[in-house]
Design a protein around this ligand. Sequence first.
Ligand code: FAD
Length: 617
Amino acid sequence: MSPDLKTRLDKELKDDAEIRDLWLEGIYNRDHRQTFKKTNEFYDFIIIGAGTAGCVLARELIYNIPHINILVLEAGPPSTQINDIMRSPCAFHSAFRAVETDWGYSSEEQKMPGIIDPNKEVLNKGSHYPRGKVIGGCSTVNAMIYIRGQKADYDLWAAQGPEYKIWDYDHCLEAFKAVENNARKSTDEEFKKYHGFNGLLHVQDGQIDFDDIIKDVIKVAKNLGIPYNNDFNGVRQYGIGKHQHTMKDGKRFSLADGYLTDALRKVETYPPSKPFEIGSPHGLSDDAAKFVAVNVKSSAHVLNIIWDEKKKDENVAIGVKYFYDGRVHESFIAPKGEVIICGGAFNSAQILMLSGIGPKNNLEENNIKVRKELPVGRNLLDHPTCGITGKVSVLNGTGNSQLNYSSCGLELAMFYKGDNKGKVLNQKHFLDERPDIQLHVSTSLLDPVNATSGKKNDVLTLLSTLNLPSSVGHLELRSSNPFMHPKIFLNFYEKPDDLYLMMSSLKLSCEIFKQPPLSTVWGVESYEYKEMSDEDWEQYIREKTFSSSHACSTVKMAPESQGGCVDHRLQVYGTKNLRVADASIFPTIPAGNLNAPVAMVAWRASRLIEEDYKNKA
Ligand SMILES: Cc1cc2nc3c(=O)[nH]c(=O)nc-3n(C[C@H](O)[C@H](O)[C@H](O)COP(=O)(O)OP(=O)(O)OC[C@H]3O[C@@H](n4cnc5c(N)ncnc54)[C@H](O)[C@@H]3O)c2cc1C
């Protein structure tokens, strides 16, 4: 990155306060005096956000609809200009903590009545909530685990009404396969049934041989009755096995790598520089050169939707307003065009609310005119994660060997069902067709809460993630200033079931540590676990839980009468020319990681948009 660019980025991205002042004092006035830059640019589609969804959507639209042009506005910088860290799987922790590519969000601290003793108040601490602010969005900074969730997740989406049939598992599977390019070549027929080999998202098996201690965890699991699973995205999810990853040749593969780079016409960097040229690493492939119409602007922060003021009651979107190159710009859509918000679960909700679509109270307290009252932000779902760290007495240097260049340290996983009374688990839970816990096994100190508690090279970490939680959080605007972060209330463990499920999984982790050869040969011993009462467990869980960064469902796809914000075709209720297509539309949270489901949603959205575009006169 050039020193000049770095200085500009540091100024823009690190010093939020300065930007907010600029906004409040200057931009607003300029805006009112109409001296902001009118670009007079018209696009068929304006896509807000070049994250997982935005990248897939841009490419699919430009390849499938002839003679259109697209503007993609991304608030973050191009990933290639930041550094190589993002390519290296072992450095994913640095990637999501990098100031210049992270939104810097935090969840709010929350007090609530205890579950074990409702007369006592308990505390969920607030903490940093990573979100990629970069071309590729979270797919550029995530842990690269490729898990889609279960058939039942998507059949639930489809069960909302006959028109939702287009979201049942069969339809979703078609899209998962269309996006995927799986490198596992020695495939049996069953694997082929569930996987795609011609998509643009590269997926591959982990590249490392397991350490001896990890092999012994697999033995222990087997002894406990947990079967081996060769494909968590296949016919069944339960069991123990290796994850597949969104990687190519051992390096991170983001959705921008697959879906944006070869569809780019030009990338306008900040400050604007000459467009990449055909033949350059970030320019067009020969094949893509004929599609000369995707304009990606990075460091372009969208402020709000522009509405057609002549048709006030119809809420017709005609363009977007964005902050770019030091001033406010406007870009508009052509007559058959649309604005598609792909800003991710926090930002898509925020952009809608800033544009007058959201809960009346929250908008009015921020002096935003309500155009359409909808429960935007009210249904924030997420996967809580909590870990148990084992101290390993036999020094094995595993932290170094597992966390090598092509591994992010999250290779081995187990899926099983938790117990909603918090009891230790047995075989019935291990063979349940609807597992709700994902357990990561690692010899790295991956748990941020425990990261300072032990030596680096002699640990065994078991991280439990609640994949089907019933607690629901919410998001609200803090201010009408688009640069201010919204308030994020995760509400973890508001519902008793969630606490007990987590408790049962942590108890299983303690049992795993006690099994030979882990206890005998390796001397594994929990750092935390003594004999704990359920009340102790509650305190432990609340203290050590962090988010898996799987926020979703804040702009839920559902009938409006049932809390929906977008319909089955992802159109925002009470508006025209406006859709949302990203993690925020999930009706319920899938029992797995979210990158693949988001890419799937974007692919399906592209087909819906194409149909509607072609049907317009
Ligand atoms: C640290 C971390 C680890 C994760 N690990 C995994 C994993 O291992 N496997 C997995 O499957 N999933 C994982 N996830 C989750 C997964 O990556 C995300 O759920 C998914 O990428 C979200 O896609 P999206 O398109 O909804 O949003 P994003 O990818 O967040 O894209 C939104 C884009 O919009 C841009 N944007 C937002 N607001 C504006 C604005 N106002 N103007 C312009 N641009 C804007 C953002 O900068 C961003 O680029 C992880 C996420 C994180 C953060």
